[in-house]
Design a binder for this molecule. Structure first.
Ligand code: A2H
Length: 253
């Protein structure tokens, strides 16, 4: 990790009806799952979001954006960045286990799927971002591997009460064209390296090294208002667009 704070785009996903049991106490309120991403330009390709079933999450009221769901650690960071009424203070409304936040229907910005679901990912780190991750299987090998695991293994879905309709209809969406890797770069490297699952950590690290830098320098958007432009030239514009429409805020840690 470098010296100064890292800037993330905090993507807000609105919880849709029917509310899960764990969120019923907030009926009638605006509730958002929040995820920290370094890749706002890929949000057109979201197919789901990831929650770690064994991690603890909390809910708290923000000043401007309703109720947020994330880790306590992230909420504390946010409380020093103007997200709460009193600087440095988080009023926890409720603690919630990750597994009780799975299978929740969400409205996410920019993606062509009108509804996506929260699904289990076992490799999420508790100490980074919000502990919830946006899933873009077209461009993130980790996301693609975890989605394929769920799609291939009925027992894995059943273990976490994930129904087929939450997973099986969702395919990676082409968002970026990367020379040599095509328009589904994560799928390309997953196949090329013969990755077997989300636990194939060594190969996944290699896969990430292969796609990220190349994507950033040579990737061209093939959807949205900045179609045809290089990512490095328009990343900031896309972040601004998300913030302007009220779907994202800037977050540091
Ligand atoms: B990125 P960095 Cl398409 N645990 O967003 C594991 N991974 C996490 C996380 C956590 N607690 N919090 C955030 N992340 C992921 C999109 C994306 C991302 C694409 C490609 C690469 C990529 C969609 N998933 O990240 O250690 C989030 O996934 C490559 C590293 O701060 C976030 O951006 O660099 C990124 O890791 C932040 O990781």
């Amino acid at each position: 990790e470098g010296a100064g704070p890292q800037e993330y785009t905090l993507i807000m996903m609105t919880v849709l009806e029917p509310l899960p049991q764990s969120l019923k106490c907030f009926t009638g309120k605006e509730i958002k799952f929040v995820t920290a991403t370094l890749r706002p330009e890929t949000m057109y390709g979201q197919t789901n979001c990831w929650v770690q079933p064994d991690h603890k999450y909390i809910s708290f009221e923000t000043v401007k954006n309703g109720i947020f769901i994330c880790t306590l650690r992230a909420a504390r960071n946010m409380s020093y960045q103007g997200f709460t009424t009193i600087d440095g203070k988080v009023d926890v409304l409720k603690e919630i286990n990750g597994r009780d936040l799975l299978g929740v229907a969400l409205k996410a910005p920019f993606t062509s799927y009108s509804k996506i679901y929260s699904l289990p990912m076992l490799t999420i780190k508790a100490e980074k971002g919000t502990g919830i991750v946006s899933s873009v299987p077209s461009d993130s090998p980790d996301d693609y591997a975890a989605l394929v695991d769920l799609q291939k293994k009925a027992a894995f879905r059943e273990k976490y009460n994930i129904t087929d309709d939450m997973v099986l209809p969702y395919k990676p969406i082409p968002v970026l064209e990367i020379p040599e890797y095509g328009n589904l770069s994560a799928v390309y490297v997953y196949d090329k390296l013969k990755i077997q699952s989300q636990n194939d950590r060594e190969k996944l690290t290699q896969a990430k090294d292969m796609v990220y830098l190349k994507g950033f320098y040579d990737g061209v958007l093939i959807v949205g208002d900045f179609k045809g432009r290089k990512i490095q030239d328009v990343k900031k514009n896309i972040q601004n667009q998300l913030v302007k429409e009220g779907s994202a805020v800037i977050y540091y840690e």
